[in-house]
Design a protein around this ligand. Structure first.
Ligand SMILES: Nc1nc2c(ncn2[C@@H]2O[C@H](COP(=O)(O)OP(=O)(O)OP(=O)(O)O)[C@@H](O)[C@H]2O)c(=O)[nH]1
Ligand SMILES: [Mg+2]
Length: 199
C-alpha cells in the first residue's frame, strides 16, 4: 500500500471522545518505550507524526491518525512504566480496557514486543490476557536492528507464548530505524481493510 496522506485526528482520554466509528482501525499497544510511536511514524513515512521519546510514558492519551483518508492508526499509552502511580495505572487499565473491548471498528490490535530484550513477565501476561479475551491481535517484534548486538529474543518469547497459545497469531519483525517489516504490515492492513468493506 502506498501512503498518500497521514494526519493527526485527535487525542482522547476515553472511548466516548474517540472519532466516529466509520473507518477500519488498527491500534498499537505495548510497554512504554517499546517503539509504538516510532513504528507508526515509520509506517507512514513521517518522523514527526506521532510523538516519540527516549523517556518512557510519552504517549498518555488515545491518539488517532487517519491514513489515506480511509483507515485509522491509533497510538496508545504504554504499560509497565515503573514511575507511574497506582492510581494512574488504574486509569490506564480502565481507558485501555474500554477502548480495546468496545471499539467496534478495531480490526486488529498490534501488540509490540522488544526483540532485543529477554521476555518480560508483563508482556507475556498482557499477550495472554488479550488472547484469552478473544480480541484479534498480532504480535509485532520491534527494534530488530538492535538484535545483532544485544541478542535476538524473539524465539524465547515465542517459546514462552506456546505454553498458553496453541498457534501463533500473525507475527511481524520490524525496525523503525531501518524500516524492516514495513511492507508486511501495510499489506496486512490493506488486506484486512477489504474485509471491513465487505462486512
Ligand atoms: N534502535 C531502535 N530504536 C528504536 C526503534 N523504535 C523505537 N526506538 C527508540 O525507542 C525509544 C522509544 O520509542 P517510542 O516510539 O517513543 O516508544 P513508545 O512505545 O511510543 O513509548 P511510550 O509513548 O512512552 O509508551 C526512542 O528512543 C526510539 O528512538 C527501533 O526500531 N530501533
Ligand atoms: Mg509513544
Amino acid at each position: 500500500m502506498r501512503i498518500k496522506t497521514a494526519n493527526f485526528v485527535c487525542s482522547s482520554a476515553k472511548l466516548s471522545q474517540c472519532p466516529k466509528v466509520i473507518l477500519p482501525e488498527y491500534a498499537m499497544i505495548g510497554r512504554s518505550n517499546v517503539g509504538k510511536s516510532s513504528l507508526i511514524n515509520m509506517l507512514v513515512n513521517n518522523k514527526k507524526l506521532a510523538k516519540t521519546s527516549s523517556t518512557p510514558g510519552k504517549t498518555q492519551l488515545i491518539n488517532h491518525f487517519v491514513i489515506n483518508k480511509n483507515w485509522h492508526l491509533v497510538d496508545l499509552p504504554g504499560y509497565g512504566f515503573a514511575k507511574r502511580s497506582k492510581s494512574l495505572r488504574k486509569e490506564w487499565n480502565k481507558m485501555i480496557n474500554e477502548y480495546l473491548f468496545k471499539r467496534t471498528n478495531l480490526l486488529c490490535t498490534f501488540v509490540l514486543i522488544d526483540a532485543s530484550i529477554p521476555p518480560q513477565k508483563n508482556d507475556l501476561e498482557f499477550v495472554n490476557f488479550l488472547g484469552g479475551s478473544g480480541i484479534s491481535i498480532s504480535i509485532i517484534f520491534t527494534k530488530i536492528d538492535k538484535t545483532k548486538k544485544k541478542g535476538d529474543y524473539t524465539k524465547e518469547f515465542k517459546t514462552d507464548m506456546l505454553k498458553t497459545w496453541e498457534e501463533f497469531p500473525t507475527l511481524f519483525y520490524t525496525s523503525a530505524k531501518d524500516t524492516t517489516g514495513k511492507e508486511e504490515i501495510l499489506s496486512f492492513i490493506e488486506k484486512t481493510n477489504t474485509i471491513f468493506k465487505i462486512t
